[in-house]
Write a protein that binds this ligand. Sequence first.
Ligand code: PLP
Length: 379
Amino acid sequence: MKFETQAIHAGQDPDPATGAVMTPIYQTSTFAQQGVGRHRGYEYARTGNPTRTALETCLAALEGGRHSLAFASGMAATDTVLRLLAPGDHVVAGRDVYGGTYRLFERVLKTFGLEFTYVDTTQLTEIESALRPNTRLLWLETPSNPLLRVSDLHAVADVVHRARPGAWMAVDNTFATPYLQRPLELGADIVIHSTTKYLGGHSDVVGGAIVVRSDEIRERLAFLQNAVGAVPGPMDCFLVLRGIKTLAVRMDRHGENAARVAEFLASQPKVERVIYPFADSHPQHELAHRQMRNGGGMVSFTLRAGAEAAVRVVERTHVFTLAESLGGVESLIEIPAAMTHASTAGSPIAIEPGLIRLSVGLENVDDLIADLDQALGDE
Ligand SMILES: Cc1ncc(COP(=O)(O)O)c(C=O)c1O
């Protein structure tokens, strides 16, 4: 079945007990057993819950994977992937990953003996020269957060797997979603999501997910999911599932609106630089057109007047809300260096203070452009 159909139906057959068309929220912590160790597939809700199973089945189908595991947040999903490694293992990671991912790597996982090297994953030679004999994982985002750099998934997978057979390539597909790009089909071993973003789509839930093809990795991740326990509740799984049903139409509109907003910003003399993967000015726009269905809903830009002017602009918008996060129906604006990526301040991967990041929502695009126009004011 095609993507839109799977988004609405995969894992979501009418409830066998009642015929309920929408997946029930199984708000229970435990399940009755017919005899000791004899049950209907569910024992205790940390290990499994039918609402979570529906979400996991749907996500696996959408990413072209075989297995998915849902988590309480994107960070919990990321942490669980890294727990596949052991002290002394080395990770090559993208230089502009989400600030919280960098914080987890540097301030939590390093203390458990993992080693990290950060590279520009758009440059295959940088990846190649960062690989060490103990490299077990390559971690990247494309488009990256917040610089929207686009990495060639097929080429990166080739480099990593050829140089380090047995090492895994993990892709944080939060910005693109499986509607725009499917990393597993391009050679990645592991996909992770913050379902808080486009998959949930309505800024009303925090969640995460991992999708894989390998039965062996799935077994190890399922063990960790249960042993560590960072699982989502059934209500949260239901909200993400409900969001996913409209993912395709939302992503089409996010892409259309963001392209128009990027075009408007590029036409403004006050704007110094606009970053949007499908814009001709983007260094990897040809790759983006090959790899992604549209350019996505995220746009970043800087002003000629600098960082202080950027702060004034984000505080002057009315339709764009000044807030962290992204991927909801409503448009958001922020300064990554001071907000989402504050944890990278002072580090080699710090984001320039004047960069403004937009999550372009589903409002009428004329209102979005008018709002940015007035906010740019006299800067
Ligand atoms: C690309 C990306 N990955 C992961 C995360 C972390 O997800 P969560 O906030 O759901 O823990 C975020 C959050 O902003 C993100 O933008």
